[in-house]
Design a protein around this ligand. Structure first.
Ligand code: SF4
Length: 416
C-alpha cells in the first residue's frame, strides 16, 4: 500500500528548529532532571525564547556557554564543564538526572560529551549523568526527544515480566487518561518512557510490548528492540480512529476479548466523535498543505482527511519512517503527495501554485505565507499542546479550525 503513494524526495535548504527545542517539554515531564546545553549564546537565546515563562521556582535547564577561548583548547572546555557541573550539583542536590546536551558548537569543536558524561557520572554518584545531541546539524526539532529517550534506554533495568510500555513524552494529564483506560481494559503493568522521576525508569526485556505515542521516535524504538522489547505497530493516537487502533494494538497483544475492548472504549469514542463533529463544517473540503517540520505530518493528515473531510494537497515530513508509519500511509487518501526532506524554495513554489486553504509550517514560514493569503498553523503548537487520545481529539481539530475562523473574521467586507 505504501508503495502506491508518490514520495517526492528533497534535499535542499531547510527551515526547521533544532533538537534543543525538545528540552522545553522534556524538562516539564521528567521532574527531577536538568538539561545542561553545552553550546553558544545562540543556543541559550533559542531556549529562553522557546521556553517562554519559566514555571518553576528554580530553572531546570541552562546553557554552559562555550566561549571563544574554549575553542582554542578542548582541555580547558572539559575542565570548565566539570566545574560548571560541580557548582550546579552542589547547589541543586535534588537533581537526580543530568543531561549534557550537545549542540552545533560542541559538535564543531568535537567536544566528546559521552566521555564527559561518564566522567561526571562517576564523580557525582547521587546524580545520573547522561548525554545526547540536540544540535541542528541534520536534525529537526522533534529528534531531540528521540535522542534523549534513546539515551535513557541503556539505563533501564532488565526484566522478563510482561508489561506494556508507552513511549513518548505525553502531558501528565494525557498519560493518566491512557493509564486509566489500560487499567479498565485489564492490562496490569503499564510503564511510561520517559518517567516523571528518574528513579522510576522502567525495566525492559523480551516480554515488554511497546506503543509509540509519537511517530518521531525511531532511534528510541531501535534501542528498545535491541533490549528485546517488541513494538506494537498501529495508527498513532490522534482522533477517534487513531486512538482506537492504538489502544486495540495493546489489547490484542495482551489477548483481551474484543467485545470487552469495544465496551471499554465506546464512551471515549463517543465523546471524541461529538467533539470533532463541532469542527467538521469549517474543515470539510478544505485543502491543507504540510511543510516538513514536526514529523507528525502523516498521522495528522490521516486524521484530518478521515475524520474531518480535509483534503491533503501535500504532506511533507522531514523523515519518513516507513515501518512506523505503514498503517498511517495506508490510511491516507489514494494519490496523496508525500514529500520527504525539504527544499524550501521549491516547496514554496508548490504551495503558491496549489493555493491551499491552510498550510502547516514552521514559525519562519508563517508570515510570508499569511502575506500570500494562505492561513497557517505553526506545527510546533502540535507538540506543545495536549492532542493525543479521545479527550483531546476535539482540541486537536480546533487547532486546525482556529486559523480558518480567524481568517474569516479578518476578511474585510467592502464599504457600501
Ligand atoms: S544547537 Fe545549533 S541550531 Fe540549535 S540553537 Fe545551538 S547553534 Fe543554533
Amino acid at each position: 500500500m505504501t508503495a502506491m503513494l508518490p514520495v517526492l524526495r528533497e534535499r535542499g535548504q531547510r527551515e526547521v528548529f533544532c533538537g534543543l527545542t525538545g528540552i522545553v517539554w522534556l524538562h516539564r515531564k521528567i521532574q527531577d532532571a536538568f538539561f545542561l546545553v553545552v553550546g553558544s549564546r545562540t543556543c541559550a537565546h533559542l531556549l529562553q525564547s522557546a521556553a517562554g515563562v519559566m514555571i518553576f521556582a528554580e530553572p531546570r535547564f541552562a546553557t554552559a556557554i562555550i566561549e571563544e577561548r574554549d575553542l582554542a583548547g578542548l582541555a580547558d572546555a572539559n575542565a570548565e564543564l566539570d566545574s560548571v557541573v560541580d557548582r550546579l550539583l552542589a547547589r541543586r542536590p535534588e537533581i537526580k538526572l543530568l543531561f549534557l546536551v550537545g549542540s552545533c558548537p560542541s559538535e564543531v569543536i568535537k567536544l566528546d560529551l559521552s566521555r564527559a558524561a561518564a566522567r561526571l557520572d562517576a564523580r557525582h554518584p547521587a546524580t545520573r549523568v547522561l548525554n545526547y545531541s540536540g544540535s541542528g546539524i541534520e536534525t529537526t526539532f522533534t529528534q531531540g526527544e528521540d535522542a534523549c529517550l534513546a539515551a535513557l534506554v541503556p539505563q533501564m533495568g532488565a526484566t522478563d515480566a510482561a508489561s506494556l510500555l508507552v513511549v513518548g513524552a505525553l502531558p501528565d494529564v494525557v498519560e493518566d487518561q491512557f493509564r486509566r483506560t489500560f487499567a479498565e481494559l485489564g492490562i496490569p503493568t503499564v510503564f511510561a518512557l520517559p518517567p516523571r522521576r528518574a528513579a522510576d525508569l522502567p525495566p525492559v526485556g523480551p516480554n515488554t510490548r511497546f506503543l509509540l505515542a509519537q511517530p518521531f521516535l525511531g532511534d528510541t524504538a531501535a534501542a528498545l528492540a535491541d533490549r528485546g522489547a517488541v513494538h506494537l505497530p498501529a495508527l498513532f493516537p490522534f482522533g477517534v480512529e487513531g486512538t482506537t487502533a492504538w489502544l486495540r494494538a495493546a489489547a490484542a497483544a495482551f489477548e483481551l476479548d474484543e467485545a470487552h475492548f469495544a465496551r471499554v472504549v465506546a464512551p471515549g469514542r463517543e465523546r471524541a466523535a461529538r467533539a470533532i463533529a463541532r469542527h467538521r463544517d469549517r474543515l470539510a473540503g478544505k485543502r491543507i498543505f504540510f511543510f516538513p517540520d514536526s514529523q507528525l505530518e502523516v498521522p495528522l493528515a490521516r486524521f484530518l482527511a478521515a475524520e474531518l473531510g480535509m483534503v491533503p494537497v501535500e504532506v511533507g515530513t522531514p523523515y519518513l519512517h516507513r515501518a512506523h508509519l505503514a498503517h498511517e500511509l495506508a490510511a491516507l487518501p489514494a494519490g496523496t503527495q508525500i514529500s520527504e526532506g525539504q527544499d524550501v524554495d521549491r516547496q514554496l513554489d508548490r504551495v503558491k501554485a496549489a493555493r491551499p486553504d491552510l498550510a502547516v509550517c514552521g514559525l519562519g514560514l508563517a508570515n510570508p505565507l499569511e502575506r500570500l493569503g494562505i492561513a497557517t498553523k505553526w506545527s510546533i503548537e502540535l507538540v506543545f499542546t495536549p492532542v493525543h487520545g479521545f479527550d483531546q481529539a476535539g482540541d486537536l481539530a480546533e487547532l486546525f479550525a482556529r486559523p480558518l475562523a480567524r481568517r474569516d473574521r479578518l476578511t474585510v467586507s467592502p464599504c457600501s
